[in-house]
Design a protein around this ligand. Structure first.
Ligand SMILES: NC(=O)c1ccc[n+]([C@@H]2O[C@H](COP(=O)([O-])OP(=O)(O)OC[C@H]3O[C@@H](n4cnc5c(N)ncnc54)[C@H](O)[C@@H]3O)[C@@H](O)[C@H]2O)c1
Length: 360
């Protein structure tokens, strides 16, 4: 597999599809093969901008094309399962935007299928591979701050804070599943999972603040999912946590932050200052600021995260080892989201399902 040219099929040429196309087209040994979008204008725009060989509006034809090696899925959430399944069955490597499935059954099915066929996959949670999070991972691994006591995180954003902002597919349960929890919350859940492992059980609350919005055609629509989601949880190993996310938070841009308290120190992080970490060690008298960078090079920004994800995936394909943030990891995140939405609906504690239950 080393040095083989990898031919890319992008499915979805909206906001995030364009970001993926930009990074994949800049990577060594890639060829932009098919730009696919049901909207021919979007597909053509992407194809022209990133020099794809072909434009396609039917994703089934695109993902089964013999001249494609990697399928990158960047369409609204409810289509991820069908497209990923078809791509895996066609033997393609698959990158899927988050969330992987609309429920944990879908993501479990995909993860087991990928395993069974021995196909490398990747799912996109932006932050996990950032230099700052990698540095925290090394601190957790070497145990220098002791044991985890508490993880407390939030992801707030004001893109939809104005009640007159247009209705979008993200507010429709059948298309998006959750609201803020699926758009924002899962990025921070992924960090918690990556650093501290599985979640055992959750208790949650969700709230819709702006219940009606008008779509771009002038129709008034119901907002069906959470503008705000908050949950407390227990880890399977040591520690407890709290995560909150809000897509209607005035003044918050990419306001993702967390604080981790250990027995012998603490760490604070904010995505709005994404190259900075604040670390407290019991032996010191205050927090020290650590500036992280990308392997000795520059600090990173949002676009770099897509690049780091893509580069890792291509490396994982070429060395045969794959990546840690694959469909199996994504399934764990989807199970937590499912438990959060269930707990909020039933107003009770919910156990997060585990792989064993699905296999039997
Ligand atoms: N990780 C991140 O930073 C990040 C950021 C934004 C979105 N996302 C995820 O990416 C996905 C797409 O989000 P977006 O913001 O780019 O949405 P978007 O609405 O901007 O774009 C979606 C695109 O999919 C196309 N599409 C719809 N139905 C299709 C079909 N049947 N076949 C082919 N194309 C079809 C649309 O025409 C559109 O061009 C979502 O799953 C979202 O959760 C991730």
């Amino acid at each position: 597999m080393k040095n083989k040219e990898l031919r890319i099929c992008m499915v979805g040429a909206g906001f995030v599809g364009m970001k993926h196309a930009a990074v994949y087209s800049a990577l060594y040994n890639t060829k932009m093969q098919i730009a696919c979008d049901s909207n021919i204008i979007n597909a053509t725009k992407m194809a022209e901008r990133f020099r794809f060989q072909k434009v396609e509006t039917d994703w089934r034809k695109a993902v089964s094309d013999d001249n494609v090696d990697i399928v990158c899925i960047c369409v609204p959430n409810h289509m991820h399962f069908d497209i990923a399944k078809e791509a895996l069955l066609a033997g393609k490597y698959v990158v899927c935007e988050k969330p992987l499935g609309m429920n944990s059954k879908e993501s479990t099915t995909l993860s087991l299928l990928a395993k069974e066929k021995g196909i490398k996959t990747s799912c996109c949670y932006n932050l996990v591979y950032t230099p700052a999070i990698q540095y925290i991972k090394s601190i957790v691994k070497n145990g220098e701050l002791g044991e985890l006591v508490c993880f407390r995180g939030a992801y707030d954003n004001d893109r939809l804070a104005n009640p007159n902002s247009a209705y979008e597919w993200r507010m429709n349960k059948k298309i998006s599943k959750g609201g803020a929890i699926c758009d924002l919350g899962l990025n921070i859940i992924a960090v918690s999972q990556y650093l501290f492992g599985d979640t055992k059980c959750v208790s949650a609350m969700t709230s819709v603040i702006h219940k009606k919005r008008v779509d771009n055609n002038g129709n008034e629509c119901d907002v069906e999912n959470d503008d705000i989601a908050q949950f407390i949880f227990e880890y399977k190993n040591k520690g407890i946590g709290y995560i909150s996310c809000n897509r209607v938070a005035p003044g918050s841009k990419q306001d993702m932050k967390f604080e981790v308290q250990f027995t012998e120190g603490a760490i604070r992080y904010s995505l709005e200052r994404m190259n900075e970490l604040h670390i407290f060690r019991n032996k010191n008298c205050g927090y020290e600021t650590v500036i992280s960078d990308n392997n000795g090079w520059f600090n990173v920004g949002y676009e770099d995260l897509k690049g780091i994800d893509a580069e890792n995936f291509l490396f994982g394909i070429s060395n045969g080892e794959g990546v840690e943030i694959d469909f199996s990891f994504a399934t764990k995140i989807d199970r937590i989201i499912e438990a959060v939405l269930n707990a909020s609906e039933k107003k009770t504690w919910i156990e997060v399902s585990n792989e064993k239950e699905w296999k039997t």
